[in-house]
Write a protein that binds this ligand. Structure first.
Ligand SMILES: [Zn+2]
Length: 686
């Protein structure tokens, strides 16, 4: 009787995901290939790990650390094909497979990080690191690998390990509960309006959506909810101040009503468990634990960064607030501006000052022109050329494929571009890869990079014309793309965008700057019908409106960053009253009067549910980096080859092979300073 494994083997021989391939073989892949492919490649990766563990030779960098990094190559390829499809071209079947394979993958990854035999070998190499004469990249890899074990408790005694697992299990449950409460609060609330005059000020589209929502719940009139697409337009446009107040209070008091859905206990428990976990692992606080693997390095540095920014941005924020308050007073006799007035009067003031309409700009940003533009920018800066190719397999006919070459005609990367929304693609825009770059046995394996977006599609009468926001998004994702394409490292886990979290947005954000420059816009921003160049007064307006109320926005981000650090950079055991604690953390950052019924912490999903704990500062940190880096270009010309080459050699090509501050200083000649951001944001003249 033939065994099933023989039968499986024969099927696997025909599975395109289990053959050696360069480009992902999309046209040959069927959904039923994924599950058996995953099972086979996980098995294969397990064997590779076993071979490392059972190696009779003493552990060395090569036979342990390097071998570990090169292991699981086919698993990475299959995973990237599958999960990229699940984001860009999914269906129920793929989602079902994702549910099935995700636990297998986390089990496999746990089997590695919790593997004591493997850790023993890694530790043996790590303990000898001073004597091994390692290159910088090798020593970064060694330390990264060692920490992936030690930060998971590999060095702890058995009872402490047990406690660590208990804490992790509790934290997972609490975070889930935290999120469920917010979701339940969001879904519970609805504002039912039956007088059309209550919707005065709202654009037609927002009104229509409110009608549709009411209809879907079998109600007359209009429904407004706490979901962003409903909530934001109402706060921005609704004339009725009382209703704005009602909605704003409902939003701000989520999970803060002392009822079954309240999150106060949950955030206290989460903060205390995180603190205990950090202590167990030998760190002073949770923030110390997190920041060890960030460019900012320590809570002290983050705090002084936020305070410096606060001191410098506050005068501008206060001026803007005063201007807004005067505007509201003149317009509607508002005496004291409240939280529920901010978005409404800001929108009105912005219209008055700039009157900048997307429709006026769009004709200058035909998608094909913008793509040609971003390619041109990459050519002028880094000597890259993009050649559209038609023989490469793709997962949807709308996807475009390019081969990228440097100025010596060396092949650099394959580039996929997938620009328009369709059913089966999730929202937003992102960069991803189908294969990362690495070097092995003297051979440089080049990457396959992809940009996926949801831009305005063409219609029967009009080509795809982008809003300015879409233009900057395209440049942003392409910046991440360059980070992937220009990668030039040995080890796959240090390649391209595999860098510290507060460094990863530098290449993307810095590239956005070119969208605001005359010299760059001249390359591509021409009217799709007349061919005329975008008028420079429009460009000036774009620039000016981009920094509208930047002081207030900065103060808001600082307040969230400070709240995050207060929760995580100190021992939280003394905190009893969440709201009082929060108000103290917010001191000096608030412009609007406090409302005792609302609380930020109980709905601050970024830090209590998502992965931003001790990381909220990184939004502003990344802006400081990109402004400082771009200022360097501006000093020498935005297409200066020498500066661009430095950026490529010291940042884009280096991935995570070295400490990001070292890389940055090598590019810039000094540490980043916040002045460039303040200047760009118009905060210096205040
Ligand atoms: Zn980004």
């Amino acid at each position: 009787m033939p065994s099933t494994s023989n039968k499986q083997q024969r099927t696997n021989e025909k599975n395109p995901l289990l053959q050696t391939f360069d480009h992902a073989p999309f046209s040959k892949i069927k959904n039923e290939h994924f599950k058996p492919a995953f099972l086979a490649v996980i098995e294969e990766a397990r064997k590779e790990i076993d071979a490392i563990i059972t190696n009779k030779n003493a552990p060395t960098f090569e036979n342990t650390i390097a071998a570990l990094d090169y292991s699981g190559y086919q698993l990475d390829r299959v995973s990237s094909v599958f999960f990229n499809l699940n984001s860009a071209e999914t269906n129920e079947e793929i989602q079902k497979i994702a549910q099935e394979v995700s636990p297998l993958l986390s089990e496999f990854s746990n089997d590695i990080t919790l593997n004591e035999e493997l850790f023993k070998r890694v530790k043996t190499v790590y303990d000898q690191r001073e004597k091994l004469n390692l290159t910088v990249e090798e020593s970064t890899l060694l330390s990264k690998r060692y920490k992936s074990f030690s930060r998971n408790g590999a060095n702890l005694s058995e009872d402490k390990k047990k406690r660590l697992r208990e804490i992790d299990a509790k934290l997972a449950k609490l975070k889930l509960k935290f999120g469920e409460n917010i979701l339940a609060e969001t879904n519970k609330y609805q504002m039912h309006l039956t007088n059309e005059s209550d919707l005065d000020g709202l654009p037609e589209g927002a009104k229509e959506a409110a009608t549709q929502l009411a209809k879907s719940k079998e109600k007359d009139g209009w429904l407004i909810t706490l979901d962003y697409p409903s909530y934001i337009p109402f706060m921005k446009y609704a004339k009725n101040r009382e209703l704005r107040k009602e909605l704003s209070m409902a939003f701000g008091s989520k999970a803060f009503k002392n009822d079954a859905l309240d999150n106060q206990e949950n955030v206290l428990k989460i903060a205390n468990l995180r603190h205990e976990r950090a202590n167990l692992l030998g760190y002073k606080t949770h923030a110390h634990f997190v920041l060890e693997e960030r460019m900012a390095e320590t809570p002290e540095k983050v705090t002084s960064f936020l305070n410096e920014l606060l001191t410098k941005a506050k005068p501008a924020a206060q001026n803007e607030f005063y201007e807004l308050e005067q505007f509201a007073k003149d317009l509607d006799g508002i005496e004291r501006l409240q939280k529920w007035d901010g978005a409404y009067y800001s929108e009105k003031l912005k219209q008055k000052l700039f009157n900048l309409d997307d429709e006026k700009l769009k004709p200058y940003f035909k998608l094909e022109n913008v793509i040609a533009g971003v390619f041109k920018v990459a050519e002028k800066l880094f000597g890259l050329t993009f050649k559209e190719v038609f023989g490469v397999d793709k997962y949807h006919e709308e996807v475009k494929t390019y081969e990228v070459y440097d100025n010596n005609n060396n092949f650099i990367s394959l580039f996929y571009a997938d620009f328009h929304p369709r059913p089966g693609k999730r929202g937003g825009a992102w960069m991803t890869s189908f294969k990362s770059q690495f070097r092995k046995n003297g051979e440089d394996s080049r990457p396959h990079i992809s940009n996926v977006c949801n831009f305005t599609p063409s219609t029967a009468t009009k080509p795809s014309l982008l809003t300015f926001n879409e233009v900057t998004t395209l440049f942003h994702e392409f910046g991440h793309g360059l980070h992937g394409m220009l990668a030039n490292t040995t080890y796959p886990s240090l390649s391209g965008t595999s860098v510290y979290w507060d460094f990863v947005e530098l290449p993307s954000q810095v590239l956005e700057n070119w969208c605001y420059e005359k010299e760059a816009l001249e390359l591509f921003a021409t009217h799709y019908e007349t061919g005329g160049l975008i008028p420079m007064e429009l460009v000036q307006k774009i620039k000016a409106s981009a920094t509208f109320q930047e002081g207030m926005a900065t103060l808001r981000q600082i307040s969230f960053g400070k709240l995050d650090m207060e929760w995580h950079a100190k021992n939280p055991s003394e905190i009893k009253d969440v709201k009082a604690f929060e108000n103290k953390a917010f001191e000096g950052t608030q412009l609007y009067p406090d409302t005792p019924e609302t609380c930020m912490s109980t709905a601050f999903a970024h830090i209590f549910q998502g992965g931003y704990s001790s990381g909220y500062y990184s939004y502003k940190w990344a802006e400081v980096l990109d402004a400082d880096a771009f200022a360097y270009f501006k000093e020498h010309g935005i297409f200066n080859k020498a500066i661009a080459t430095k950026f490529k050699e010291h940042v884009l090509s280096k991935g995570g092979t070295e400490n990001p501050m070292t890389l940055y200083k090598r590019f810039r000649g000094c540490e980043p300073k916040i002045e460039a951001l303040l200047e760009r944001a118009g905060l210096l003249s205040a």
